[in-house]
Design a protein around this ligand. Structure first.
Ligand SMILES: [Zn+2]
Length: 220
């Protein structure tokens, strides 16, 4: 039985590289494999920082993935698998369409995406993949924070300063002279630049709290 597999990691964790590797391995064995990507891969190619690339079908949020995959599946020798890059940008309905593809056509789906936005929240697409996937797996290539700890968060920097507000995707020119870049952080350093006022309540030296206790019991 085919499965819907969702692999997640930060930027620099090798998502596109793995997507390309799976696509290459299947295609080289003559198995039908559709590579799809989303939004900012305008060129129609998925490429990794390691320099490999392959042609991909580029989508937007309006495309019915079930129909696209069914059409590709019914022509020629059929599809064995679909590999999805930039999976965080899929809309939840498209994730459901992928799940339906797995169940109705027995096509394997391998999806690769980011877990959280620069705001530290799950992407909508990612949330849906976590909800419906048969397998959820964190990529084991460990990107690092500047401090050396494992990077778990994506930070957006505007003119070198970390920001927590703004559009989820910045496409093209932001209108001013602002230079938008991304960097990786461990949680501690991702949170470090949140406004002091947001965190002060956590560290106030107030009176000790009077904590209530209760008995936990189990039927086991
Ligand atoms: Zn750090």
């Amino acid at each position: 039985m085919a499965e819907l597999r969702f692999f997640f990691g930060t930027m620099g964790s090798g998502k596109s590289t793995q997507a390309l590797q799976i696509h290459h391995n299947l295609a080289s064995r003559g198995l039908g494999c559709l590579l799809i990507s989303q939004l900012d891969r305008q060129t129609g190619r998925v490429s990794s920082r390691l320099g490999v690339s392959a042609e991909a079908v580029v989508l937007d949020a309006t495309i019915d993935l079930y129909r696209v995959i069914r059409q590709e599946h019914l022509r020629g020798d059929g599809l064995h698998a679909v590999v999805c890059d930039e999976a965080q940008f899929y809309v939840p309905a498209q994730v459901d369409q992928l799940a339906r593809t797995v169940d109705e056509f027995d096509i394997e789906v391998y999806a690769f995406g980011l877990l959280t936005t620069f705001q530290g929240r799950l992407f909508d697409g990612t949330q849906r993949f976590l909800e419906v996937a048969d397998v959820r797996s964190e990529l084991q290539v460990e990107a690092r924070c500047w401090c050396g700890k494992r990077a778990t968060h994506n930070a957006r920097l505007v003119n070198g300063r970390q920001v927590y507000d703004g559009e989820i995707t910045v496409v093209g020119d932001t209108g001013g002279d602002a230079v938008v870049t991304y960097d990786l952080r461990c949680r501690q350093h991702w949170m470090a630049e949140l406004r002091v006022s947001d965190q002060s309540a956590l560290f106030d030296d107030g009176p000790l709290l009077d904590l209530r206790t209760m008995d936990l019991s189990s039927d086991l």
